[in-house]
Design a protein around this ligand. Sequence first.
Ligand code: SF4
Length: 449
Amino acid sequence: MLIQEGMSLKDKLKILTDAAKYDVACTSSGVERRGKKGYTGNAAEAGICHSFSADGRCISLLKILFTNQCIYDCKYCVNRRSNDVVRTAFTPDEVCSLTMEFYKRNYIEGLFLSSGVLHSPDYTMELIYQTLKKLRQTYRFNGYIHVKAIPGADPVLIEKTGFLADRMSVNLELPTSEGLKRLAPGKTRENILKPMRQIQTGIAVGKQEISVYRGHGRQFVPAGQSTQMIVGATPENDWQMVTVAEALYKNYGLKRVFYSAFVPVNTDASLPAPKGGPPLLREHRLYQADWLMRYYGFKAGELLSEERPNFNVLLDPKCDWALRHLEQFPVEVNRASYETLLRVPGIGVKSARRIVAARRKGSLDFEALKKIGVVLKRAVYFITCSGRQMYPVKIDEDHIASQIIGVERRNVWELENSGMYRQLSLFDDMKLEAAPTGEDICSVVTGVL
Ligand code: SF4
């Protein structure tokens, strides 16, 4: 398909924002930069891009593709070469003026720029670089920019772009090379991991030796890099997804791994047709597990294993872990270490810190824990205060699971899945789909588990 000529900016914007909506790797945390004289915008750690849509996706960046034209034919992608869709592309100046206009009107806090691959990875990366250069140097935009590195592009172009962006991401797309081969034949694992490694090295060098980059006037990718994996397009299980994510955090220093429930936008024999729509609950469980690995000290191998490869649909991964390790409970909140407190369902990172600080002044009781922010509804089964439970509770896996899941939800589940509940509380790989609860959604956004 050829790029349509003479399209209005408004029409381009409509097409290229719509085409970008499947990329979820777009939060803007991790950078703090004050406003600068003569520049527009700032990137403050607590002031930018912290609004989320109901399903936990960040919504305050101008999220666009440079072009929806693409030389590749990834089966799951609406912009793939073989699709008959209207093709268009911005010019660098168009992206700059849109960003500035939206920013000045307070619609956005920054820019998220991705792209289809136009002509070649180098050609596309050059366009992205020229856009960012103009935006920073000509338009003097000092706000947040998240940009994609195009796999296969010249490392020099990626490096130059990295000095203008706050965050960069290269999408892994699918957790295994077999998955890539099947659904994204134009991409290879190696092509994706190479720029990831380059960005990681650039960030590490930049941190150690800022002076090396004085000539550029900016730090290299100061907000770190992220990636995205599609959930449910290929047969990989949750265990494979979390082990890949864990390896990416450990070996590539990633700031975030994003998970995107597969949305079938194309009809293709090699794509699944998920019953009940995109696997949103699975996506939520992966986000919850991700919080546990990044902030709660959990290893992927504690949450799942080859023998138990999928998350429990009814319980969040931390509760599920606790129920399988009842021998480690109850925990005495007045004595337990910070790390042990973090493993208690209902105690998040903030409340664990507050407990450790507050108990220096004296013993804590349940009333104090409530004020600290502990979710007693969950924690009550797993803690004691000065040797006492809040009220006598049976420490039994089925009983606690049943109480935590909630009688109402369980009844609905039982009705819909005739007698599945008990089985699910014991076996967690049923691959059944359900909608995420309000509590699930909240934990994915706030990280409190
Ligand atoms: S490279 Fe693949 S996923 Fe990216 S725009 Fe092209 S077809 Fe879509």
